[in-house]
Design a protein around this ligand. Structure first.
Ligand code: NAD
Length: 340
């Protein structure tokens, strides 16, 4: 049991921080490299929160190696590596309507806008899969990579080519170079059927649809990926020789014209009230979507403002994930459903 932060000595804090760091690194390897989590997300998140709290209280614990600055895990040695021209980072989290208002207030302050100024944002379901970067040159898909540690990912080009929703060629009008970023995911129904087949064949059973999607995409033999029903939603971009619009919303519209899938529950919101209304509407429909989402991502719509806001540590200042409250935590480990 961790001691209350106020009472912990610097030496104990250092020891606990080191211990948590080792645990988290081990959890990250299992989750990101083996697609087989060692602990439920709630336990992982609690370890991370404690680790961050210790660093806030004892800033001398923060080093260049600190896990609070890191994303994902190093690419697995099994795959060829791909260096991302533009890093693939994470997202900050908020958990309440109040914190969403604070996010917008921070954006206004950073940009020097009046308190009454509107900041249009997109509100997009946060798909619970794994992110993937698709590189198109002159409209042709030439490379696909996982996020890896944000700077270097795994080359999964042959595997991505087996997804029906990933066009080999974009429709006319796409820029010369365009890296499309989005989420590869598996539906609930396909996840259940896959685990059924895996179990019958005495093979690995996946903990959840996210791990099943990651395990299916990260195969050395693309024929196996081809047998796994994976889907793709585009929501962002990396390197681009030019952008087809000046707004997030406009780029997502262009993606659809190019033949990419964009999540149909994405909305452009003119105010915080609209963002929150859309969040609660999506939350109400969450169980009927047929695939896992774990929140709603808000992104400042104006790309010039996104560029001014930039990044802090491992997340953009112009976007935030509004997480859903933990559902009745159900963990499926080794095919057995456990209620926590
Ligand atoms: P994250 O997954 O919470 O958020 C960032 C990701 O959101 C992006 O990389 C992208 O893939 C995804 N995303 C989905 N829809 C998006 C949209 N519309 N726009 C932008 N991005 C979108 O953050 P993270 O840092 O990748 O991972 C942390 C998560 O992984 C936590 O939920 C944690 O519990 C879990 N995890 C669990 C374990 C474990 O052992 N159980 C280990 C490591 C991580």
């Amino acid at each position: 049991h961790p001691s209350p932060l106020g009472e912990i000595s610097p030496a104990d804090a250092r020891a606990e921080h080191a211990r948590l760091g080792e645990d988290i690194a081990r959890y990250d390897r299992a989750y990101y490299q083996e697609d087989a989590p060692l602990v439920p997300d709630s336990e992982y998140d609690a370890a991370r929160r404690r680790y961050e709290e210790l660093e806030q209280l004892f800033p001398e614990l923060v080093t260049a190696e600190s896990l609070t600055k890191k994303v994902g895990a190093k690419p697995s040695e099994k795959f060829a590596k791909v260096k991302h021209a533009v890093p693939m980072l994470s997202l900050g989290n908020v958990f309440s309507d109040e914190e969403v208002r604070d996010f917008i207030a921070r954006v206004r302050r950073f940009l020097g806008l009046a308190e009454s100024a509107t900041v249009a944002c997109t509100a997009e379901p946060k798909i619970d899969g794994l992110s993937c970067s698709l590189r198109y040159e002159r409209g042709h898909l030439v490379q696909a990579a996982t996020r890896g540690d944000g700077y270097e990912g795994e080359d999964v080009t042959a595997n991505i080519r087996t997804l029906k929703e990933v066009p080999q060629r974009l429709h006319d009008g796409a820029p010369e170079v365009l890296e499309v970023r989005g989420e590869v995911y598996m539906t609930h129904a396909d996840f259940a059927a896959l685990n059924e087949r895996q179990r019958a064949a005495g093979r690995q059973v996946f903990a959840n649809p996210r791990n099943a999607a990651a395990g299916s995409l990260r195969q050395l033999d693309s024929r196996i990926t081809a047998e796994r029903p994976l889907h793709f939603f585009a929501y962002g971009w990396g390197e681009a020789s030019a952008l087809p619009a000046k707004t997030q919303w406009g780029v997502l519209e262009a993606f659809q014209r190019y033949g990419l899938m964009v999540n149909p529950r994405t909305r452009l919101c003119a105010s915080v009230e609209e963002m929150l209304a859309h969040y609660h509407a999506i939350e109400a429909d969450r169980a009927t979507l047929g695939y896992d989402i774990d929140g709603v991502v808000y992104k400042v719509d104006d790309i010039a403002l996104q560029e001014r806001l930039g990044f802090v540590s491992r997340a953009p200042r112009w976007a935030v994930a509004h997480k859903f409250p933990a559902e009745r935590a159900t963990t499926i480990l080794h095919g057995i459903e456990i209620q926590v």
